[in-house]
Design a protein around this ligand. Structure first.
Ligand code: SAJ
Length: 449
């Protein structure tokens, strides 16, 4: 099934004008490749704007859920998804046979690291090849996944042009990084400004028209590489600043100072500083990963990005720091690790999300198990964790399970927990997130990171 060409009476519009027309009158069909925490909210936004959206998702369970209007992403309201699926505004498929019928194709697939911290573009390359098989004149392809500067031009462009079509004349190609902050109720896909870098002016023109329909502010930059670097810088900025406060936390431990008190006071400065807080480590699929994409690319140019390497090293050390503090507390309580029961509160990689990918809490659990401790975890949002060494289910939180634990470690500060109650029932609490900041009673039972 291919989209009918737009004509104005006696002659066919050029591909770019055809596409601009469809974007403007909302007859454009939008493909979203990858229905994860970026793709599904984007699909919703585009359907809300009046476009017909088809999700191309490799996970058949997700395809089935979307077809049933079931939302598996915290930021996508199920009721609204259901209505849009029912009306036919949003559909989901498991293959690329629909590509010829699409006018705009947005790629939101993961860009993980290999085990030795080098970029793994297998998903981007796979979906680009899938698109190339059905590519036709008048289509816009936009990559949103975080990647190193050069991916769009050096990796995607050749694959797409292997179809025999020419970029800028037949099809259009841009890089427009996602800026989704999972769980952030204030900044959404709609009101977060969108950077766009194109491989040429026609691509930029159609992408500006497309994104302006659903994003308040679009920010064009001079090239796809510039846009790729913008995104990587944003996440590197976070990784470096998180590492700075994590290093401060380790120094404060040696100096017997309260890092939370020091930071709270420092952040009273009304200018020239941005709040970051220490934690048990850095999780998610962005901050621990993205900066290493830049580090890898810079190394190609024989340039060492010291800050990125150092930040990664410090952030990856934090679970061990938590382990050392936990063992010190148990030791002071006269309980050897091999006879201790520890309850880990929260395994999601950050508060109020249901995602445990790269979660530092899981590393803390692994380390304490290796020390011989009996470790349970509770996380209402993460029912179970499975990886190469662990296969655990969340323990229901009860007074009994807290009292039976020699140490409770708060690794994720979910908002729904009553930390006053937890401290009241616990023998001792190691709080790695300052979640007990407002707990007044039994403060002597709390050790902060
Ligand atoms: N963390 C700290 N201390 C801090 C901030 C974060 O320890 O002060 C930890 C978190 O607990 C978490 C990790 O770092 O484990 C990453 O947190 P995050 O909120 O930076 O990361 P993501 O991946 O949920 O969301 C980020 C976006 N976050 C914000 O802008 C606040 C942003 O960097 C990207 O838009 C997005 O990932 C992405 O997809 O790149």
């Amino acid at each position: 099934m291919t989209a009918a060409p737009v004509t104005t009476g006696e002659f066919q519009l050029a591909p770019k004008n055809q596409l601009l027309q469809k974007i403007k009158d909302k007859s454009a069909v939008v493909g979203v490749v990858g229905l994860g925490y970026v793709g599904l909210p984007l699909a919703l936004e585009k359907a809300r704007a009046g476009y017909r959206v088809i999700g191309i998702e490799e996970n058949p369970l997700r395809v089935q859920k979307v077809k049933r209007g079931e939302s598996y992403i915290t930021d996508v309201p199920e009721q609204e998804l259901q209505a849009l699926v029912k009306s036919g505004a949003i559909g989901a498929v498991n293959d690329f046979s629909c590509v010829p019928a699409l006018d705009v194709i947005v790629i939101c697939v993961p860009t993980p690291l290999t085990r030795n911290l080098t970029p793994d573009l297998q998903y981007v390359e796979k979906v680009t090849r899938g698109i190339a098989t059905g590519l036709r004149r008048g289509q816009l392809v936009s990559l949103e996944s975080t990647t190193y500067p050069g991916t769009t031009e050096e990796v995607m462009l050749p694959i797409l042009e292997s179809s025999g079509l020419k970029a800028e004349t037949d099809f259009f190609l841009v890089y427009s990084p996602e800026r989704v902050d999972p769980g952030n109720k204030r900044y959404t896909t709609r009101n977060t400004s969108k950077v766009i870098g194109a491989i040429g002016p026609s691509s930029m023109e159609v992408a500006l028209a497309f994104y302006s329909q659903t994003v308040k502010k679009v920010v064009p930059v001079s090239s796809a590489r510039a846009a790729e670097l913008v995104k990587i810088f944003e996440n590197t900025f976070r990784a470096v600043n998180i590492a700075l406060v994590n290093e401060l936390a380790m120094l404060c431990d040696l100096m017997e100072l309260n890092v939370w008190e020091v930071l709270d006071a420092a952040f009273t400065k009304p200018f020239g500083i941005i709040p970051f807080y220490p934690g048990p480590g850095v999780g998610g699929h962005c901050i621990p990963v993205d900066p290493h994409y830049l580090e890898w690319k810079a190394r190609e140019l024989n340039f060492n990005t010291h800050f990125i390497a150092l930040a990664g090293e410090i952030n990856r050390k934090m679970p061990e720091f938590v382990q050392r503090k936990a063992l010190r507390i148990l030791n002071n309580l006269g309980i050897p690790a091999s006879r201790a029961q520890v309850l880990v509160l929260g395994v999601a990689y950050k508060k109020d999300v249901a995602d445990s990918r790269e979660s530092p809490a899981i590393q803390v659990i692994r380390l304490l198990l290796r020390d011989g401790a009996r470790v349970l975890y509770h996380d209402e949002l993460v029912k179970s964790i499975h990886d190469r060494e662990l296969d655990m289910a969340s323990t229901p939180l009860s007074e009994e399970v807290i009292r039976a634990s020699d140490l409770v470690i708060i690794t994720t500060d979910h908002s729904h927990l009553d930390y006053q109650w937890v401290v009241e029932k616990a023998k001792h609490v190691l709080d790695t997130r300052n979640a007990t900041r407002y707990v007044t009673n039994n403060r002597e039972r709390i050790t902060l990171l």
